[in-house]
Design a protein around this ligand. Structure first.
Ligand code: GDP
Length: 415
């Protein structure tokens, strides 16, 4: 009996041991595999660069650990390649230690670029001179003069004013030598454009809200496509050429490539660009840009903004907010409206809308090189009551010139 009990006990113990082994080995099998050691599988994509991050996150399918362990899966090195690729691609897109360029001096740029105004020169300046030189200045000729001005986008009221004054002065002139006519037209065009306005871009450092020295702050606004970002970049060069240090704020988060574009402009002249995530809050980027400007002791902060005209309310909300947030640091010294000179009346409509949304202090007219409508200078100043301060005369880096009425008129009618 004792022997039987002993045998049963031994059998039970032996069975227990065997089943324990089985359980423990099952448990081992059920244990989750060690956490993946390769961060490339689970790590979030690298810090996004505007316009580039969509690719890695969509192109790279999520893989489970089982899939990674599948014997048929590609070797780890190959497998991790597509994951790290976007990161290296992003890095490669950022130019390594770019050489700092020295922009051309700004004085006399308009004189240098005067040939670019050739289309306006021929149709507006020379056209007017030819008409005024006619032997008989009859009504038809005056009408043609009027048409020439209107076609060149001078605007109805300024055109009437100019024609009236020209008629008066030509009457008392008697004989009209080409020289006299040129002088007369020069004077009248200058009166129309105005020589008294302050056309300097205000970028003087001021005092911040905490009593610290604050850089001059310039907001650049305008509808997308007019050349706003390019102009911001070119303006950075103008300022650097004038011996100032610049920080750029890439607050146009609407257009995907705008921040990259601005950063490239900045890097060329050694200006830092403050940027945020795509579709990020433009106001917070603008705020950070001035903060950076203060920290760097920069002279000027230029803030590029987005110009969506889909609704006036949307635009008002966004630009108004950017300006208010910028003012948390202190004054905004200049709000430059960028307009495309080739868009004529459309440009004037844009000007009107922007002026309702934010206080414009200066106008930048771009693409004057590609149009016969140089008269827009007069029309837009009249429309907004603020001066044209800069003109864009080409796609080259130093093709943005301070606007000088004398040089402009001389270019139109020839010396
Ligand atoms: P944004 O959308 O307003 O920021 O426009 P961009 O700055 O990207 O400029 C749009 C296009 O206009 C680019 O191809 C620029 O090179 C071009 N552009 C800007 N200013 C001028 C200019 O003064 N003359 C000419 N011909 N092209 C210009």
């Amino acid at each position: 009996m004792d022997i039987v009990i002993l045998a049963v006990l031994i059998a039970v113990v032996a069975l227990g041991a065997i089943s324990g082994l089985v359980v423990s080995s099952r448990k081992k099998k059920q244990l989750p595999p060690a956490p993946p050691s390769s961060p490339s599988v689970t790590a979030p994509p690298a810090e996004p660069h505007v316009g580039e991050e969509a690719e890695p996150s969509t192109a790279q399918p999520r893989r489970t650990i089982e899939e990674v362990e599948l014997p048929t899966a590609p070797a780890p090195a190959e497998e991790s390649a597509p994951v790290v690729e976007p990161e290296t691609a992003v890095e490669a897109a950022v130019p390594a230690a770019p050489e700092i360029e020295i922009p051309e001096p700004t004085a006399g740029r308009l004189v240098r670029l005067r040939a670019r105004l050739s289309r306006s020169q021929n149709s507006l300046g020379k056209g007017l001179l030819t008409l005024l030189s006619r032997e008989h200045l009859d009504e038809d000729t005056w009408e043609e003069i009027e048409d020439t001005l209107l076609v060149a986008d001078v605007g109805v009221t300024p055109t009437q004013e100019l024609v009236e004054r020209l008629r008066e002065r030509v009457k008392v002139l008697g004989t009209r030598t080409p020289e006299e006519l040129r002088t007369l037209l020069r004077e009248e065009l200058l009166t129309l454009i105005g020589t008294e306005a302050d056309r300097s871009v205000h970028t003087e450092p001021g005092v911040g809200v905490n009593g610290e020295e604050k850089p001059g702050v310039v907001m650049v606004v305008g509808v997308n496509g007019v050349g706003k970002t390019t102009t911001t970049g070119k303006l950075a060069r103008v300022l650097v050429a004038d011996g100032k240090s610049v920080v750029l704020g890439a607050a146009d988060t609407f257009r995907a490539a705008a921040a990259d574009q601005l950063q490239t402009w900045g890097e060329r002249v050694g200006a830092r660009t403050v940027r945020g995530p795509e579709a990020g809050d433009p106001a917070s980027i603008a705020f950070d840009a001035v903060k950076e400007g203060i920290a760097e002791n920069a002279d000027v902060v230029l803030v590029d903004t987005a110009g969506r005209l889909h609704t006036k309310t949307g635009l008002m909300d966004e630009l108004g907010k950017v300006k208010r947030v910028l003012e948390k640091h202190g004054s905004v010294d200049e709000v430059l409206l960028v307009l495309d000179a080739t868009t004529g009346q459309n440009g004037l409509v844009q000007a009107r809308v922007f002026a309702e949304v934010v206080d414009i202090t200066g106008i930048v007219l771009t693409k004057l090189d590609g149009t016969a409508k140089g008269g827009i200078v007069v029309a837009v100043q009249r429309e907004l009551g603020v001066p044209v301060k800069l003109v864009g005369l080409g796609e080259g880096a130093d093709d943005l010139a301070p606007f000088e009425p004398e040089a402009f008129v001389d270019a139109l009618i020839g010396d």
